[in-house]
Design a protein. Structure first.
Lengths: 234, 445
């Protein structure tokens, strides 16, 4: 993904930072997969693993930032290299947050299982949304590795699906809570899980914005989809 | 070697011709030297012209290897021929290498395992088509991409970072979904200066089969242990307490019942394993259907009496349909056991007084249809696809009450497969079920 520079040491520095970022991405992906299957099966077997990985992700965030500082200080990059480094810094933050959200899901699942009311919960809808969120994170990291702008835009569009699922699910939870006040606390857990899934989707979307930033040099945060497509075409 | 002298000879020749012609035209003092110089000069021009032609030809030969060398002096002619020969030989060799490489690549392409070649920086140099099925790699776009940028499984990254390639390991494919799980066994083979050969194999089916085998053993053991526990309990009762004659009789009857259940289970297991082991089935034995149905009726009524006791209202068992077709090609014991399994299930899952209709008739395609319809408890739609699995029970609490082995429908499925027949299940919960078997036309007459 990196074009050759005069200094091959610079190339290898950039490559190392990217590899670190991808490694962190891999951890976040596993984290999300784990919590999703914990949610689908209502099991808490993996909970300790989730907590361990969370600490590892936090460490990696700090480590990547340190590497970035070193590269910027030593090489004084410009243009695309600078954009790449800035984007990596932002993507790291987003990944770390996505990891946090996954960890939150894990904790809520634990409290749901402990409440013992898992049977009456409408969890089928969450499964669709959570799988979608996991695939968005995975595909956004692939798009980053390939600097693939068309893929980035398709991810950008799909995030709306998760948002829609989230709204529908909230309405459904309200009817459940009205019917049976005994399960309100469990329903609140589910609501937080749904929110976390929705946030993971948003983080995937943010990552795609930085891909466009690296390639086209335009900051597309907070702009409309049509605007983004117009930038990409020109 | 002679061509080197040839050049000198030419130079001297020109010089001599120049000198002679000058002397002949205007003989005077000192003109000889001038003539020699003029000859040498003309030779120089001619020689340079030859060099120019030669260089132009050398440039041309890259595009058209068969271009003949222009008319040149001897030494250049020889060089040109040498160059052309070498180039021809080399392009021939390159072609051979290319063909070999192409052969190798097509062998690797055809491999059911994914093959990825990595350079010393773990960047992808080449991958085959299976790699895109296993990992979603794109053989064109992802070249020179570091493998860990696209395959981010922590296990794989760790192995690569530690250069620990001794053991193969298992990773989840990035393309795996809930409905299509894909587990891959990955092996790295280091070769020459840090380069890697990465292989992966799809082991999803193997793992599933292994899990099924484990489940099956666990289930069989469980099914056998249940009656054994009961038997052991009764034996202990008989040993420690001294029951009255009447109690003893009742205990022995229940023990016999459990022993019978175990015998049925073992028999069914043996039948299943026999069915699985010989898949071949000849067509030459024709079995009369009428006698089979008669036997079915007798067995069904006795089972109904056995389950409900003499006093309770019995099931109403009705045989319907035509006499034709009157023979099926196949194995009598197997078909009898498949049909009676279907009828017995109908009786077991229909409350006393219920109605069971057994039909045998010809269908529109010339085949035959055997169906068992009851108005019993029925089956919920989510259970229907799994009914044929061994030991699959819709309602765990019923397993003892109805005393089936849990293998009945598995046997039915195998028998019907061997007879090219199809089983259809149609049911609504609490409205009864209909199991119908369709035989193809060439199996009935």
């Amino acid at each position: 993904m990196i074009e050759k520079h005069l200094s091959s040491q610079f190339d290898s520095d950039l490559n190392d930072v990217c590899s670190r970022l991808m490694e962190m991405g891999g951890l976040v992906e596993t984290q999300i997969q784990r919590t999703i299957s914990a949610l689908a099966e209502f099991s808490v077997d993996e909970f300790n693993n989730v907590v361990d990985t969370e600490t590892r992700i936090d460490q990696m965030e700090v480590e990547i930032d340190r590497m970035l500082t070193a590269v910027v200080a030593r090489r004084q990059p410009a243009a695309r290299d600078l954009r790449l480094l800035l984007a990596i810094s932002k993507i790291t933050t987003n990944l770390e947050r996505a990891g946090d959200e996954a960890c939150k899901i894990g904790m809520r699942v634990k409290s749901l299982v402990e409440s013992g009311k898992t049977r009456q919960m409408p969890i089928g809808d969450l499964r669709v949304a959570s799988n979608l969120a996991a695939s968005l994170i995975q595909r956004s990291l692939n798009a980053f590795a390939r600097l693939d702008v068309p893929a980035a835009i398709s991810i950008y569009k799909e995030d709306d699906l998760i948002d829609r699922e989230f709204k529908g699910f909230t309405r459904k939870l309200i009817t459940y809570m009205m019917e049976n006040p005994h399960i309100i606390s469990s329903c609140l857990d589910l609501l937080f899980i749904a929110k976390a899934i929705e946030r993971i989707g948003d983080h995937a979307k943010n990552i795609t914005e930085f891909i466009i930033y690296i390639v086209h040099g335009t900051d597309v945060r907070h702009s409309k989809l049509e605007g983004i497509e117009a930038i990409v075409v020109h | 070697m002679p061509s080197v002298f040839y050049r000198f000879t030419m130079l001297f020749l020109f010089m001599a011709v120049g000198a002679v012609s000058v002397v002949l035209v205007k003989p005077s003092e000192g003109i000889l030297g001038l003539g020699i110089a003029a000859g040498a000069f003309i030779w120089l021009i001619w020689d340079n012209w030859c060099s120019l032609q030669f260089i132009l030809w050398v440039h041309r030969i890259e595009d058209e290897p068969d271009a003949p060398p222009p008319w040149l002096d001897n030494i250049r002619q020889e060089t040109a021929e040498y160059i052309q020969r070498t180039l021809r030989r080399q392009s021939h060799r390159t072609k051979e290498f290319e063909n070999q490489l192409y052969d190798f690549q097509s062998v690797l392409q055809a491999s059911p395992n994914s093959v990825i070649i990595l350079n010393a920086q773990d960047c992808i140099e080449w991958c085959n088509r299976t790699a895109s099925i296993h990992f979603g790699l794109d053989a064109k776009r992802d070249l020179a991409q570091r493998i860990t940028h696209l395959l981010r499984s922590p296990a794989l990254i760790k192995k690569l970072a530690e250069r620990d390639f001794a053991e193969p390991f298992v990773v989840e494919s990035p393309l795996a979904t809930d409905t299509h799980p894909m587990r891959l066994e990955v092996l790295f083979l280091p070769h020459g200066q840090g380069r890697l050969f990465m292989l992966s194999r799809d082991i999803t089916a193997i793992e599933q089969a292994e899990a099924m085998r484990r489940n099956f053993v666990a289930e069989v053991s469980h099914e056998i242990r249940t009656p054994l526990t009961v038997l052991a309990g009764f034996i202990e009762t008989l040993q420690t307490l001294s029951p009255s004659e009447e109690e003893r009789g009742s205990i022995l009857m229940r023990m016999a019942h459990q022993a019978e259940r175990m015998k049925n289970l073992v028999n069914d297991l043996l039948t299943l394993s026999r069915l699985e082991n010989n898949a071949q089935l000849r067509l030459d034995e024709w079995i009369p259907v009428a006698s089979m149905l008669e036997r079915l009726g007798i067995d069904a009524r006795s089972l109904s009496t056995h389950l409900n006791g003499q006093a309770a209202p019995k099931h109403e068992i009705i045989f319907e349909g035509a006499d034709t077709p009157d023979e099926i090609a196949g194995i009598k014991t197997e078909l009898q056991s498949a049909f009676s399994n279907l009828v017995n299930n109908a009786i077991r899952y229909t409350p006393p007084g219920g109605k069971i209709i057994v039909t045998w008739q010809m269908n529109a395609e010339g085949g035959a249809r055997f169906s068992v319809r009851d108005n019993g408890i029925g089956i919920a739609p989510e259970h229907i696809p799994r009914l044929m699995e061994r030991f699959y029970r819709v309602d765990l609490n019923r397993s003892n009450a109805s005393s089936g082995t849990g293998l009945g429908l598995a046997i039915v499925r195998h028998v019907l497969q061997r007879h090219d027949a199809k089983l259809e299940i149609d049911s609504t919960l609490s409205h009864g079920a209909c199991f119908s078997v369709t035989f193809p036309a060439e199996r009935v007459r």
